[in-house]
Design a protein around this ligand. Sequence first.
Ligand code: UT7
Length: 334
Amino acid sequence: MQPKPIKAAITAVGGYVPEDVLNNADLEKMVDTSNDWIVSRTGIHERRILKEEGIGTSFMALKAIDDLKQKVADWNPETIDLIIFATITPDMPLSATAAYVASQIGATQAFGYDLTAACSGFLYGLSTAAAFIGSGRYKKVLVIGADKMSSIVDYEDRTTCVLFGDGAGAVLMEASTNGYGWEDEILRMNGEQRMALTIKAGGSMQPITSEALKNKDNYLQQEGRTVYKMAVSGMCQVTLDILANNQLSSDDLAYVVPHQANLRIIEGLQDRLGVAEQKVLKNIQYYGNTTAATLPLVLNDYHHKFKAGDKIILTAFGGGFTWGAAYLTWAYST
Ligand code: UT7
């Protein structure tokens, strides 16, 4: 008999959001907006902000890992082989935040790197972890999705500042012992419209200069409508394709975990997939769009409901453009 292929499974989840809440009433005092506009157009009521000066995304990631550790019976950081840190807001452009996190948690035998794929970063990170584990090369991978969006948002720009929040999530991926785990994926990217969601300055094409600062090119800018349309069609297409490739109907799914950018995008996906509303998991109302952190934060908020064998779809869309969907069977019951 052929040996069964090794599958990678998520075996623990952790999350963290900062204590400080920025709600819609606060934003009404900062820019020309209203609670009604924000709620009706985005579904967001509040978001969390990391206010303390001098701390970056790693602070939240380490808190999320602290939370994850509580859920691992035999936590030993020296057994971690790889740390993938999905973020567009690393502590510094150099060095990798993954390396700092490894040292802080005592993962002395690990290597790792930061992964830049905006809102799809965590999904890409899971895919990489699943491939390394599936090949038999590594056994234990820590995948982190974390972003301090408040560090790149212009709080005078009403078109973006109402959307984003800060947060971090982390999962442990290991070789599955019960046959459940990573089943399939479709990942895509297309850079033709990279200027539709971008930070113009601070990279090699346009370093930060006083002119760039004057133009606010160091902040995130977005053509909301363009991104909206692509997000709905992109996530729907890959999700429908992955269902078809695996002979699944939407009724077979226990849960859909979508990127949390806009409640209307999530509802559009829900309608086009024909999935029952309660199966499509949401926490955007409390955290806004936390970029690479949305998927692990949803997993962290809902994993107590999951049962071993539950069929789950994760899907994301973000700057780049980058997007994709993954199908996994959840490996444990809490
Ligand atoms: O996570 C990465 C991927 N990102 C996304 O998926 C985000 C995708 N885009 C969106 O979610 C939506 O496009 C937004 C929420 C960003 C905007 O919603 P929209 O329904 O597409 O609005 P719009 O950009 O077409 O703007 C409509 C109007 C404009 O006014 P005019 O030109 O019609 O007079 C905007 O200036 O709403 C105005 N507006 C606002 N009004 C009050 C834009 N932002 C605000 C605001 N408060 N905060």
